[in-house]
Design a protein around this ligand. Sequence first.
Ligand code: MRU
Length: 348
Amino acid sequence: MNIAGTNHRAIEPISSLQHVKILDQTKLPHTVEWRVLTSIHDVAEAISVMRVRGAPLIGASAAFGLFFGVRDNASDEGLQKAYDLLFATRPTAVNLRWGLDRVRLAIEALAPEQRATAAWLEACRVSDEDVAANEALGRNGLDLLRNLTRRTDRLEIMTHCNAGWLATVDWGTALAPIYKAHDSGVAIHVWVSETRPRGQGSALTCWELKEHGVPHTLIADNNAGHLLQRGLVDACIVGADRVSSRGDVANKIGTYMKALAAKAHDVPFFVAMPFSTIDWNVEDGIKDIPIEQRDAKEVTHLAGLPVAPVGTSARNDAFDVTPSTLVTAFITERGVFTPKELSTFCPW
Ligand code: MRU
């Protein structure tokens, strides 16, 4: 990722100390603040309060978190306790489980004294593989965008939430094809919805698009249907927190409404994600993907100030599920697939 012209990752291992450095996303867009995490509790806190967020970044952070846990207690019991602590931090993004399973599988057959070193190496691998997967899906998405450019002078893409560098170790998912397109000279402009209640669109996506120099315009969430109806959007591209085996997509609250409006106006709706975001154990995403409920205060308040009468009750579903029938195609590191094609990869 490109911050003031310098390349970074959203999580960076400090190998000499076996610590990690994260960009604290609760401080953006106004302050760029790096934070060093040195314990499992630091990682669990960073995931829970969303200093790190976005499904792939949660997975990579959890992998390092499990290293810290095992460094402090490498027994079978210690490993299980560390796994459970991290697993409880956020329920919807399946990459969390994926990152933890990768590390657990790499170390559980080893003697306790060998586990910490192996866990560190596996967490670094998880991190590197996320970068490679997102870079590859960016390339696959670029081909798709190039086809769309044949119909228009400047490509108009709508996204939701933040599925860019900040949501992954690097590159992003929904934004990876956009960066690739912009870098290769395709004229492209992004409609960014603010993504209330937490504002990942306004605070994070606008910030990273600006750092990279990609033209973009911020809209209120309620503006999306209007733009789609007026023909001002060539395609929607969003990320995912969990994709079921039949292609239902859990993503940030508000994604479903955009998918419905896109369908109504014949605008293609793409979901970009690495395979680590697929949960082959869940078929019916609407029924079986757990939806995180967050603090009502995120809805009743904005930047710490109340926007509703004191005592107003509020509901805060952090994610919704878009049925596979509304998804045109998935952009992945292995290629671009319709929901039906994607389901053929199911290992069982
Ligand atoms: O609650 P968040 O900010 O972690 O939600 C993030 C999203 O919904 C992203 O769209 C999703 O994780 C895909 S990230 C590449």
